[in-house]
Design a protein. Structure first.
Length: 388
């Protein structure tokens, strides 16, 4: 099966290790970073969402109008707009990009972050709302006739859009989460299910849980699986590990300096609060159990950020990191998300030195699989001929 690579479409140059030197939305930097991804073998980039951050939809439109090949993954929180309005925004962006849009729906795993923009529902209520929201958006994308809706969270009459996506029947829907409610919602509605990088054994368990949720929802297809990592690469293993320890030191220093305070309330004595979302809790539990897993997975970066989002690293030479990614591919992961800490330089290096190795190895695996299937089919026909 094909493999795809997802990078980050940051609108400023800051990261967990480096303070921002640009404006929150810097046109030149946003375009430069996106172009670096397009020029170095990446398939798509994520326009993320956070309360108070630049609106990702016009930022994505800005890039889509200036680049020809790079695909867009647009993050969206259902609490920030009505689903019929959002469906039109997405369809318009799919038109601007000539069919390069995927929408990632974020339910929200932190009450404080959600309340910053007026969302006071409980977590379970948010998941129920997201499922209703996605279904409305899908129908608005595909219905040529006006329709009414009366649900638990939304009610309207006689809506029909005048703008439809380029993609037929519609753009793909992306979804993530590690709680039972997330698996149920994403298993039912997602075309792509997104996971944060965990050890291979735990990832395999999550993939099976997602597939079971899809079957329980009555689906005959399965969501594609995406897994996200923070690669730390260097020409030698020794240099890669030196870089990894410098990275953790920089994260810890920025946290001590209060660089992350604006993002979340402080816990006891100014420490990071315990995360509310299951995904971050899993990352911290894995980090507590051990620093290194499998071929290259390293957890201190997740521990240093308090399990904040995509934060487990893959450390090593490009060859080591590529082989680690192939281990996940062999589990059934066909979208590999990667984001370094020096956003621009790491996007270029990963594209130059890691992506080609993975693509070449995937092509070999696909060719070998096709050859085995051809031999099996030939043997089957020969057996039928002998029996006849």
């Amino acid at each position: 099966m094909p493999v795809e690579f997802l990078g980050i479409a940051a609108t400023g140059d800051g990261s967990e290790t480096t303070p921002r030197t640009t404006a929150a939305f810097d046109r030149d930097y946003t375009l430069r970073l996106a172009r670096a991804h397009e020029d170095h073998g990446w398939d798509r980039v994520l326009f993320a969402y956070a309360a108070g951050a630049p609106d990702p939809a016009p930022a994505a439109a800005y890039i889509a109008a200036r680049l020809d090949r790079l695909q867009i993954l647009l993050a969206h929180r259902p609490n920030v707009s009505y689903p019929t309005f959002a469906a039109k925004t997405f369809a318009t962006l799919d038109r601007i990009s000539d069919g390069r849009l995927t929408v990632h729906f974020i339910t929200g795993g932190n009450d404080h972050e959600q309340q910053r923009e007026g969302d006071f529902l409980t977590k379970d209520q948010r998941y129920d709302r997201t499922r209703e929201y996605i279904r409305i958006v899908k129908r608005a994308w595909t219905s040529q006739e006006a329709f009414d809706h009366e649900g638990e969270y939304y009610r309207f009459n006689d809506f029909v859009s005048d703008v439809f996506p380029v993609q037929s029947p519609r753009p793909a829907v992306s979804f993530g989460g590690s709680s039972p409610a997330a698996y149920a919602a994403g298993g039912a509605e997602a075309d792509i299910y997104c996971l944060w990088g965990e050890p291979l054994a735990q990832t395999a368990e999550q993939i099976e849980t997602v597939r079971a949720a899809a079957r329980a929802a009555g689906r005959t297809d399965q969501p594609r699986i995406q897994v996200a990592f923070r690669p730390i690469i260097a020409p030698t293993e020794e240099l890669a590990w030196e870089k990894a320890y410098r990275t953790v030191d920089a994260i810890q220093e920025r946290r001590r300096s209060g660089a992350f305070v604006r993002r979340q309330p402080a816990g006891a004595a100014g420490s990071a609060p315990a995360p509310e979302n299951t995904g971050s809790q899993r990352l911290l539990a894995i980090a507590e159990a051990g620093e290194r897993y499998d071929r290259a997975l390293w957890t201190p970066t997740a521990a240093a950020t308090g399990g904040a989002g995509n934060s487990n690293a893959l450390v090593g030479t490009p060859e080591t990191v590529a082989q680690a990614l192939l281990d996940y591919y062999d589990l059934g992961v066909d979208i590999l998300s990667a984001r370094g800490y020096a956003l621009l330089d790491d996007a270029v290096d990963f594209g130059r030195y890691v992506i080609p190795i993975v693509r070449e190895e995937v092509a070999k695996r696909d060719a070998e699989k096709a050859a085995r299937q051809a031999r099996s089919e030939r043997d089957r026909h020969q057996l039928i001929a002998v029996q006849a």
